[in-house]
Design a protein around this ligand. Sequence first.
Ligand code: SF4
Length: 290
Amino acid sequence: MRTIVSKGALEVAGKDNTKGPETSPDQVFFEFAPRPPAPVAAATEPTPAVQPELPGQTIMPWSQSPSPTPAQAPVRSFALSKPAAPAAPAPSPYDAVASLEELTRLAADCRACGLRAGCRGVVFGEGNPKAAVMLIGEGPGSTEDEMGRPFVGPAGKLLDRILASVGFAREEVYIANVVKCRPPGNRVPQPEEREACRPWLEAQVRLIDPLFLVLLGASAAQALLDPKARITQIRGHWLERYGRRVLPTYHPAALLRDETKKRPVWEDFKLLRAEHDKAAAGRGQQPPVG
Ligand code: SF4
């Protein structure tokens, strides 16, 4: 049974969104802070009929006008030049594996590419084994290699805040990488290394069976969508792979280097939140694909 998390309200950095801009957009957006708990109304006061706030309806602190809801926002089209992965996963030795636990155990002994020789161990992934949202990054870094967990370094901490800003707890999603072993010096994985690791990723997707795949950065987009994909062009576009809805966006590490990427990523995650909630409500109209 698929797990759909409940919608969390969104607000930025604890600011009163109904007031004018007190803080610059970059300052506020940088925080990716979850909404603080709402004050409890006095028992003698009538409870106002308040509609739950949708993430896309949040009034940005620097604007008096609400942002368009994700449902109203135009979904841009993007044509892939050549699929990097087939519409359905190719047959693999792991097709008969029936559980994520068994798959994780098998992957720990993988030596299918040269990356395993230069790392401490396989960082397979973690999170909700039946998550509706699966996030896929590039590969483990030094902290991830040391701890055996994905996205636990500075970029991972930022990812946690991005998720929280749209009401997702880290434990509600599943987080993995295109390659499971740390490339030496944190270099970009080579295409042949991505291909060697693809059966593991495809088996993960099959077993977790998420509704949404969020591709974090160019390596994930090039591995799953198009070897020539440019993340600057395709981020924020709803695409499709393996019969699932795919949303590419920037890798959190890129946000640490370039703060101007934070706002588009926030917009992408609000879009994800809104589509997730529509699916959870049984209204899941598929956005245009391709
Ligand atoms: S990166 Fe993937 S294919 Fe290469 S050794 Fe590690 S688990 Fe195996």
